[in-house]
Ligand binder design. Structure first.
Ligand SMILES: [Zn+2]
Length: 285
């Protein structure tokens, strides 16, 4: 068991963005977000441990002293919701109906055991499911701001994004990512779902797109991800059918990635290639 320096959360203001929205950043791991409305304070994701979520709650204690807290889970991946135990019983946790199923799955328990074995910072994690769930969309009326929660599957089946129309801000979760988002499985259905979810978010014409990883606010991220994914069954189809499109050829600008990030995105790339090959094979039948 290793005990590397424990990550910490800090409040991060995003350039060009309304001050009612800010990030709670765990460097090199994930960004949670806070949206302060007239009626409530929304915490979007509880980070990867109860300890980190408690730090996040301390950072927004001034806000939540005056308004009720609402917690939203974008999807049941460990880095986004393993802090849920810190808010259990204190506030509703809103998420997609299938997030509750994922939290209670054998796969989630396997991941927890593996993470605990590799790092004792996960010792206090308990798998807590959302308490308020929906299927397609849910609107939270904060008075000055509306949070529209939209089912956006493809990265995971339970994924939701948050659209704030008054500010044209999209909290994209892991649907969009630089250089590419990860598919749930390397199959045609995941590729189709993620593409449809990216198209849905793009159709909203956001001015700011805030993914949970990478720290950007650039709305063109949706276009870049869509262009890349459509290219796998379009302009790169011959290379995909032939069994390979090198990572460097797909992402020539990716040279600044750390070795760890590079290994992760190469995995995502190979999953996307498998999904594209499956799509091409089924359309050829
Ligand atoms: Zn993530």
């Amino acid at each position: 068991m290793t005990s590397p320096a424990r990550p910490r959360v800090h409040k991060h203001l995003l350039p060009g963005l309304d001050r009612r929205i800010f990030a709670l950043r765990v460097p090199d791991e994930v960004d949670g977000f806070v949206v302060r409305t007239e009626r409530f304070v929304a915490l979007v994701d509880t980070l990867s441990t109860p300890e980190l979520c408690e730090q996040a709650l301390d950072l927004i204690a001034d806000e939540t002293a005056r308004r009720p807290l609402l917690v939203i889970n974008t999807h049941a991946d460990w880095d986004h919701v393993w802090g849920n135990a810190a808010v259990e019983g204190r506030t509703p946790v809103i998420g997609h109906r299938s997030a509750a199923t994922r939290v209670r799955s054998a796969r989630a328990l396997d991941t927890l055991h593996a993470k605990r074995a590799s790092d004792d910072r996960f010792a206090r994690v308990r798998l807590i499911a959302p308490t308020v769930t929906f299927d397609t969309s849910l609107s939270l009326d904060g008075g000055d701001l509306t949070l529209e929660l939209l089912h956006t599957p493809g990265h995971t089946p339970d994924h939701i994004a948050v659209w704030i129309p008054e500010l044209r801000v999209c909290l994209a979760g892991d649907t969009a990512e630089d250089p590419l988002p990860e598919l749930w499985e390397g199959d045609a259905a995941s590729l189709e779902q993620l593409t449809a979810s990216l198209e849905l978010l793009r159709s909203l014409e956001p001015d700011h797109v805030l993914p949970s990883h990478g720290g950007t606010t650039d709305p063109a991220l949706l276009d870049r991800n869509l262009r890349h994914l459509s290219g796998l069954t379009g302009r790169h189809a011959d290379a995909v059918r032939a069994g390979g499109l090198p990572f460097e050829a797909a992402f020539p600008g990716s040279t600044q990635l750390t070795a760890e990030a590079r290994a992760f995105y190469e995995m995502c790339h190979h999953k996307a290639l498998r999904a594209a090959a499956a799509t091409l094979a089924s359309s050829a039948e």
